[in-house]
Design a protein around this ligand. Structure first.
Ligand code: NI
Length: 133
């Protein structure tokens, strides 16, 4: 991809905030920080506008709760058009970590994620909102 240079004028205080962001996120330079912020804003707009997006649903739960497992499977079978893959890792004797990669209209991904994360027995759940490009 062709990279173009342009000048940016910022108030001193805002520039300080940008440099703080560069430092805290270990960005190599200001350009990378600006790239990150622009991309983040585009991704947020796509999710808000119900566009086709991609992401991952992360779930942590105790696999001894059998009812939770069957409910989670039932729900996932209602959204097979969205689910690209799922990975199950056994963290320890009790706990499992499931990562479900998803792609589709933002509203339906949120709906799927809400249904899964809302299941009784889920200890932690998070939807990572990303984009397809
Ligand atoms: Ni497991």
């Amino acid at each position: 991809m062709k990279v173009k240079r342009f000048g940016v004028s910022l108030e001193e205080e805002l520039l300080k905030e940008l440099d703080k962001l560069v430092e805290e996120n270990h960005f190599p330079n200001r350009s990378q920080a600006i790239r990150y912020l622009v991309k983040k804003s585009i991704v947020e707009e796509k999710w808000q506008g119900n566009q086709i997006v991609a992401g991952a649903i992360v779930l942590v739960y105790d696999h001894h709760k059998r009812e939770l497992l069957s409910k989670s499977t039932d729900i996932q079978h209602d959204y097979t058009d969205l689910i690209l893959s799922s990975q199950h890792v056994h963290l320890d004797h009790h706990n499992c970590l499931e990562t479900i990669a998803v792609k589709g209209h933002a509203n339906r991904l949120i709906e799927l994620s809400d249904r899964l994360i809302g299941l009784k027995g889920i200890m932690h759940g998070k939807l990572v909102m990303s984009s397809t490009l």
